[in-house]
Design a protein around this ligand. Structure first.
Ligand code: PLP
Length: 400
């Protein structure tokens, strides 16, 4: 996920536009700013790129999740369903708004299993957050359909899949809204930053006002003007420097995806030689943003043997079943309910009574799938030499 690999003169030029005005704040300062509104322009261009009507920039992908959940009206008493293979930020945001996260299994897409989703919907389910992990889609059309039948909203966590599509339609544009992250390791980066896209004007207005302390944006939609307030808010405003970098990175996004696809294909061909190997199911190979190659081996033992060989040869792969930031059984702080609050909230309610208990064994299907899965991150500038060494090692792994 390598936007940082191609940081260059385009980003510098955009940043200089901001420094020339000296206005780092996205709102107001109208006389000084000389018509420069980088965050606003970034919102417009990003939403247009994704084919949605509105974009709301915020400080991070985690903030984007929280702002979206708030705008969807999610809070205490609600359950939000997500998948057990994601980054901790997804459920941190759910707990942050006072709701309870419920975790589904993943299937061969390595994303939310719709069959398990159906089993986990309850009358408290207010929102479903499928995560498009590692640059490729969940079964989003099926998930949106299931949600619509029950009148539940869908928020797509698209933090890892900027630039990915299904038959030309961008991930993040299928549900009620989609959130993105531009942190330092994502496909396009602004250092820190996030975005929410939506076609729903009301939802966007709520997001816009919430992330700006509740300032009413009535007179100037998406900007200040009035002095009223519809509700209490918070501060998740993106600054102009991030907006500037975002514009330069967005212009490079499609070319980043092209480079990644080429590198991924080269490694995928080599990995195909491993007996019994299969690959992560892609709903639309053409629309893959190709940030990772995931290959699935015959069983846990086979995957361990192959990976210890790859590691010995200097190209060890990631096994996410052992990863403490991305997989449910490894989130000991969640499972054990560790929090700074003296009451134990959000795991306990005000009186200290435990309100959520997580079973570490709850996701056997995800465990058995991830144990067999090996993953390589794909870069833009991997270099022919490195790729060719990796290909040779993968071909040799076929004999393990
Ligand atoms: C990175 C990431 C986030 C959070 O984004 P930040 O900008 O780092 O806060 C949320 N969800 C997923 C799946 C991520 O990978």
């Amino acid at each position: 996920m390598p936007g940082f690999e191609i940081f260059g003169s385009e980003e510098k030029k955009e940043i200089m536009d901001v420094l020339d005005t000296g206005v780092l704040f996205r709102y107001e300062f109208n006389e000084q700013r000389n018509g420069v509104f980088k965050v606003r322009e970034f919102e417009e261009q990003f939403s247009q790129y994704c084919g949605t009507k509105y974009g709301q920039a915020v400080t991070s992908g985690t903030a984007a999740l929280k702002v979206a959940l708030m705008a969807l009206g999610v809070g205490p008493g609600d359950e939000v369903i997500t998948q057990g293979f994601t980054f901790v930020a997804t459920w941190e945001a759910i707990l942050e708004v006072g709701a309870i996260p419920v975790f589904t299994e993943i299937d061969t897409t390595l994303n939310m299993d719709p069959a398990d989703l159906k089993l986990k919907i309850s009358d408290k389910t207010k929102c479903i957050i499928p995560v498009h992990m590692m640059g490729a889609p969940a079964r989003i059309e099926e998930i949106v359909k299931i949600a619509a039948e029950k009148n539940i909203s869908v928020l797509e966590d698209t933090a890892q899949a900027a630039g990915a599509r299904i038959q030309g339609k961008h991930l993040g544009s299928f549900g009620n809204c989609g959130t993105f992250s531009f942190d330092s390791v994502k496909t396009m980066t602004t250092g820190e930053g996030g975005m929410i896209i939506t076609d729903d004007e009301e939802l966007w207005r709520s997001m816009s006002e919430y992330q700006d302390h509740g300032h009413d944006h009535k007179i100037n939609p998406g900007a200040r003007g009035g002095e009223g307030r519809r509700f209490i808010g918070f501060n998740y405003r993106m600054m102009e420097l991030q907006g500037a970098i975002g514009l330069a990175q967005l212009a490079k996004l499609d070319s980043m995806v092209v480079a990644q696809k080429k590198n991924k294909l080269s490694l995928k061909e080599a990995a195909s030689a491993i007996p019994g190997v299969s690959f992560r199911e892609l709903i639309d190979e053409e629309g893959d943003s190709a940030t990772f190659l995931a290959f699935i081996l015959q069983d846990k033992n086979h995957s361990e043997r192959v990976n210890s060989f790859l590691t010995k040869e200097g190209f060890g792969a990631i096994n996410f079943s052992a990863n403490s930031w991305h997989f449910y059984p490894k989130w000991e702080h969640l499972l054990e309910g560790k929090t700074l609050t003296s009451s134990g909230y959000p795991f306990s309610s005000a009186g200290g009574k435990r309100r959520i208990i997580f079973d570490p064994e709850a996701l056997p299907q995800s465990c058995s799938l991830l144990e067999r899965t090996l993953v390589y991150p794909i870069g833009i500038n991997m270099g022919e030499e490195k790729l060719s060494s990796m290909r040779k090692i993968l071909q040799k792994a076929a004999e393990i």
